[in-house]
Design a protein around this ligand. Structure first.
Ligand code: NAD
Length: 377
């Protein structure tokens, strides 16, 4: 099979969906690897490294798309890029179907088999393919560094001849994959860390990282069978806001990551509540692209409010492109090996992972959520 890796074209995207270290195993299975010239440059991988690993470099995107049987990509293709994918070929990458119906329509017209990395079920045997987790890990880490860089105060406790520096206090809202990584990173930098998440299982995870859990009565049905947070009642959110509001005057940094899959992010900090933060405090909102956890958040912008910087973080993994690409590429590689375990094998459409990730095949929608989205029969 010819596997094609195009250069990403979305503004600000620096990652690449394949790294040279993974080439050997694919070549041994008789696959061919086609890479668009410059595809890895922003992630620190030059064309010569791909060529040395056995990949064939192609000069242009149309040539790459026209030659490949399967495309590996990070960002969803534009409508124009989707139109370049060979009819009947396959696509593996993020697809963000909720905002990308025109691309899905092109996939249907061109009978492209579309696998969405964000739809891979989050079950134990698919952990190695879980790109949402690998990229959230990078985002959680980077959010803390952004806050530390912006804050006019150091994170650790220092006792020096010139006096004592008290540690910074960091509040993490939402302790899933990104939040737990933010806690671990802030702890390593020496901050005092507190966190909140409505899923009861998270309390122990937070404590095991040495952070304090912001206590309040947790809902009994906060979690879906798959371990995701459910959308919570307005009454619970109101109580949660009161608990958060009580902490805000005491913290230097807020990192918010609260999300509910497929929904707008919960609003946890109103404009009035943001006013409780001390001047100089920093709020990094990782839910910015889903509407934000803070009322003042603007995706891709930093809003100043009474001396507090509210940072609407967007695509942080792209700011750490070398490691984010290596992790994402490994997720895609593992998924590819799951689809095609040996040369000549075909994906098993009944397999839970294949079924979960596949959105379109043979001109038809194969996923119920996307079927509703497109109004397809
Ligand atoms: P996410 O990005 O969808 O949400 C981030 C966090 O926000 C979650 O922890 C969620 O509980 C929290 N949240 C939702 N509403 C909130 C509110 N009102 N206030 C505060 N926090 C709120 O989640 P994620 O990090 O992608 O994953 C969440 C969970 O999914 C994991 O912790 C785990 O249980 C499960 N998961 C399982 C696997 C696996 O088994 N392979 C892999 C990854 C994740």
């Amino acid at each position: 099979m010819k596997i094609g890796i195009p250069k990403e074209t979305a503004p600000g995207e620096t990652r690449v969906a394949f790294v040279p270290a993974l080439a050997g195993a694919l070549l041994r299975d008789q696959h061919e690897i086609l890479v668009e010239g410059g595809a890895g440059r922003a992630a620190g991988i030059d064309d010569a490294q791909y060529a040395a690993a056995g990949a064939r470099l192609l000069g242009s995107a149309p040539e790459l798309y026209a030659s490949a049987d399967l495309i590996l990509k990070v960002q969803p293709p534009s409508v124009a890029e989707a139109g370049l994918i060979r009819e009947g070929a396959a696509y593996v990458g993020f697809l963000a179907p909720f905002g990308n119906t025109p691309v899905l329509q092109v996939f249907l017209r061109r009978r492209i088999t579309g696998y969405a990395m964000e739809f891979i079920p989050r079950i134990t045997r698919a952990q190695g393919m879980d790109a949402l987790s690998s990229q959230a890990t990078v985002a959680g880490y980077k959010a803390v560094l952004i806050a530390a860089e912006r804050l006019g105060k150091m994170f650790p406790l220092l006792m020096t001849a010139a006096g004592t520096v008290t540690p910074a206090t960091v509040l993490v809202l939402g302790a899933g994959v990104a939040g737990l990584q933010a806690i671990a990173t802030a702890k390593r930098l020496g901050a005092r860390v507190e966190a909140f998440d409505p899923r009861p299982a998270v309390r122990e995870q937070v404590k095991s990282l040495g952070a304090m859990f912001v206590e309040m009565e947790l809902p009994k049905d906060a979690e879906t069978a798959g371990g995701y947070a459910k959308e919570l009642s307005p009454e619970f959110i109101q109580k949660e806001m009161e608990a958060i509001g009580a902490r805000l005057p005491k913290v230097d940094v807020v990192i918010s990551t609260a999300q509910v899959f497929g929904k707008k992010a919960p609003l946890l900090v109103t404009e009035k509540m943001a006013g409780l933060l001390r001047p100089g405090a920093v709020f990094v909102d990782l839910a910015a692209e889903q509407g934000g956890n803070c009322e003042l958040t603007r995706a891709g912008e930093t809003v100043m409010h009474h001396g507090v910087a509210i940072i609407g973080a967007v695509n942080l993994p792209a700011t750490v492109p070398a490691d984010a690409s290596a992790l994402y590429a490994r997720n895609c590689f593992n998924f590819f090996r799951h689809l095609f375990p040996k040369p000549g094998a075909e994906p098993d459409p009944a397999d839970e992972i294949v079924k979960g990730a596949c959105l379109t095949r043979g001109g038809e929608v194969t996923n119920d959520t996307v079927r509703k989205l497109l109004g397809a029969p």
